[in-house]
Design a binder for this molecule. Structure first.
Ligand SMILES: [Zn+2]
Ligand SMILES: [Zn+2]
Length: 280
């Protein structure tokens, strides 16, 4: 795909593909989460909510609109790197022959390296974004969502959108990736981002303090970041926050408290079972 020679048509077709992949992937998926959790099954999922209140409509509309700015920024970065590669200025190491570089073991390895790299890049970028100047100039837009919804996942100011995306083409200059693995990464990165912003927690009590699972991030972890700002900076994992002591001190207790509350609500709202009646 897109092995065409550099020409207007070639760049135009790739641009349409980029826009399509970004928009037609994000809005339907984030929109589906929103529809199920906030509209269709709102009552059923209420007990899984992290914050009791629901965000106001104007905040949600703002999240939807600003996400479009991020998606355009993502597309422009993709198109720019495509042009640079076509002109021979850069060489992006995306390959289509799965037998190259050692097949499946290398695919898994490259996937793991990319995930660790993205986690580290995001954590330190995020901390930088919380310094006074960067926060007031750039990152405060993302924090307009104090009570985020699935469509807040890409609620970024365009400069932040640039930094949120640039890690990937830069990675491809140095590390070869099989195209489907690269595509899979972009999918799960987006879906997890949507889940972290959903406003709902589904993991059971003890997850955030479990010896193994505590190293994985949760929706509550990022929701607390939106509520309280200066802490809980991580992305997929709760690694750097734990190592560098930037988790909010009450994170694990807050998490368990939510799960406990959910259990109590379930008991309160459980249907009363009728006793079976037997006819003699
Ligand atoms: Zn932040
Ligand atoms: Zn966020």
């Amino acid at each position: 795909m897109f092995s065409c020679e550099f020409s207007f048509d070639c760049v135009f077709n790739f641009s349409m593909y980029q826009l399509f992949m970004n928009f037609v992937r994000y809005y339907p998926i984030a929109g589906l989460f929103f529809f199920v959790l906030y509209v269709w099954k709102k009552n059923y999922f209420e007990r899984f909510r992290i914050q009791d209140k629901y965000p106001k409509a104007d905040k949600i509309i703002r999240e939807i609109k600003q996400s479009a700015v991020t998606l355009i920024t993502f597309s422009l970065i993709g198109i720019s790197f495509f042009i640079l590669a076509k002109l021979g200025i850069l060489k992006l190491k995306v390959y289509k022959d799965p037998s190259l570089y050692g097949g499946i073991p290398y695919m898994i390895l490259s996937f793991v390296i990319l995930t660790i790299y993205h986690e580290t890049y995001f954590y330190f970028l995020h901390r930088l974004m919380h310094t006074k100047t960067f926060y007031s100039l750039i990152h405060k837009v993302h924090h307009e969502s104090v009570n985020p919804t699935p469509v807040a996942a890409y609620h970024f100011q365009y400069i932040e959108g640039f930094f949120e995306a640039i890690y990937l083409p830069v990675f491809l200059i140095f590390v070869p990736m099989y195209f489907p693995v690269f595509l899979f990464h972009t999918f799960y990165a987006m879906i997890l981002n949507v889940i972290w912003h959903s406003g709902y927690e589904f993991m059971p009590k003890g997850f955030a303090s479990h010896p193994i699972f505590k190293w994985i991030s949760t929706s509550t972890h990022h929701n607390l970041h939106h509520q309280k700002f200066n802490g809980n900076y991580g992305l997929y994992f709760n690694f750097w926050d734990r190592i560098l002591g930037t988790n909010f001190p009450n994170y694990e207790a807050y998490f368990d408290n939510l799960a406990e509350k959910r259990k109590l609500e379930k008991v309160e709202t459980a249907p009363v079972l009728e006793k079976p009646s037997y006819q003699s």
